[in-house]
Design a protein around this ligand. Structure first.
Ligand code: USQ
Length: 383
């Protein structure tokens, strides 16, 4: 299949491009380096050297004998996205092309505006480009488990049937996001649902939890093909951050009471979920929603696991307790359904001791690159 990977330079985008290419899809990766530029502007550079997309595509070709086409430009600009769709005529589109950080979206007014305009603007343009130039293509859109928030009832997979005064109707499950970033994903879902209803688009919206990990089948042992692994407060996800903190001897930055529970998954499982979604597309006029995670953990669970892993590897890991810079529930009920992707064939990689020790040991090899100043700044959810 011809698969467009939008946001193909990112933590998930580049591994996805390689994974789909390795499985015989014709892949074009598109990016405008927004994520790289924001990291540079905010002094949040990542742990590994990541060559630019053209260089990585060349390395991939040398390594795997397969081509990944690369286009650089801003998908929020109509002439650019239209030229990409006209040239490539995608059969599937994987849409990661969004500002992905909750703390960045809460940094200040201009960061919030960038997040809102970029995320909604790109999703809108993707919808328009599909309708005009790739009407039968299937969109695989990355949403987030954070769209649901932490309600005091079970979270269903995207939809909820409501009984009211003797009648019933299926609605999008209620959303209550905890940051502006997460709210843009709620707005994306609403936009997609509208155009699915009126134009019959085919869409899979993946409600993904925080991802951890580094190595995949395609990049194992090749640093230049590693994803952009962030450990700073703005762009790093919590487990990746804790691993780096453990190696740096920095007390683990548990926010508040640490009972915040989320659904986590290994980067390898993100790749499987995307591939499985592409291989069995949504029908025309269907908004299919999957909850994309493998296991739930609280922040305290993760901190304990990293402390134990450190002990096995000779590191003395301390757990710190910080006043929570975010506005979120620190003790709450959390029971989300996640059967859809398992039914499609997902074979989960759980967070075993061996997997965690492997990640810690890998980061230990690069410990001299860690800049402790990047670990915590306290970007607060204030008014
Ligand atoms: N947390 C800490 N200490 C830290 C960092 C985070 O206690 O040093 C806590 C946060 O307060 C939160 C939880 O860990 O309760 C997860 O935080 P995170 O930074 O790993 O995840 P989040 O900001 O929600 O965003 C990440 C990705 C985002 C994705 C989302 C999935 O950056 O792109 O959509 O995970 S989810 O969390 O399910 O919404």
């Amino acid at each position: 299949m011809r698969v467009l990977v939008l946001g193909g330079d990112g933590y998930l985008g580049w591994p996805t491009a390689m994974h789909l290419s390795a499985r015989g899809h014709e892949v074009m990766a598109v990016d405008n380096y927004l994520r790289r530029n924001l990291a540079r502007e905010t002094d949040c550079e990542i742990l590994f050297e990541t060559p630019n997309l053209h260089q990585r595509a060349r390395l991939w070709h040398q390594h795997a004998g397969r081509e990944i086409a690369v286009r650089l430009g801003d998908l929020a600009e109509w002439p650019f996205i239209a030229s990409v769709f006209e040239e490539f005529r995608p059969e599937a589109i994987v849409h990661y092309a969004e500002q992905p950080s909750a703390p960045y979206s809460m940094l200040d007014r201009s960061a919030a505006e960038l997040t809102l305009k970029n995320n909604l603007g790109v999703t809108f343009n993707v919808i328009q480009a599909m309708s005009e130039l790739a009407a039968d293509a299937h969109l695989v859109k990355l949403g987030t488990m954070g769209e649901y928030g932490t309600p005091n009832i079970d979270i269903e997979e995207g939809w909820l049937t409501v009984e009211h005064k003797g009648r019933s109707q299926k609605f999008l499950y209620p959303r209550a996001a905890g940051s502006l970033y997460h709210t843009t994903k709620v707005l994306d879902t609403d936009l997609l649902w509208f155009y699915v209803r009126v134009w019959g688009l085919r869409v899979t919206d993946l409600m993904q939890g925080p991802v951890y990990g580094l190595e995949t089948e395609e990049n194992a042992g090749i640093e230049a093909l590693y994803p952009c692994f962030a450990y700073d407060e703005l762009f790093g996800t919590v487990l990746n951050r804790f691993i780096v903190q453990a190696v740096a001897g920095y007390p683990l930055t548990v926010y508040g009471k640490g009972g915040q529970t989320r659904g986590y998954l290994n980067l390898k499982d993100t790749l499987q979920c995307i591939r499985l979604s592409i291989d069995s597309p949504a029908a025309p006029g269907e908004l299919r929603i999957f909850n994309q995670f493998v296991e739930t953990f609280s922040v305290n669970d993760l901190a304990e696991k990293v402390r134990a892993s450190g002990a096995r590897l000779g590191l003395d890991v301390r757990i710190g307790r910080l006043a929570n810079p975010r506005k979120e529930m620190e003790e709450h009920y959390y029971n989300p359904a996640h059967t859809g992707l398992l039914e499609l064939g997902l074979e989960p990689h759980p967070l075993t001791d061996e997997v965690l020790d492997g990640m810690v040991a890998l980061v230990q090899r690069y410990s001299n690159r860690i800049v402790p100043d990047r670990i915590f700044r306290g970007v607060a959810w204030r008014k």
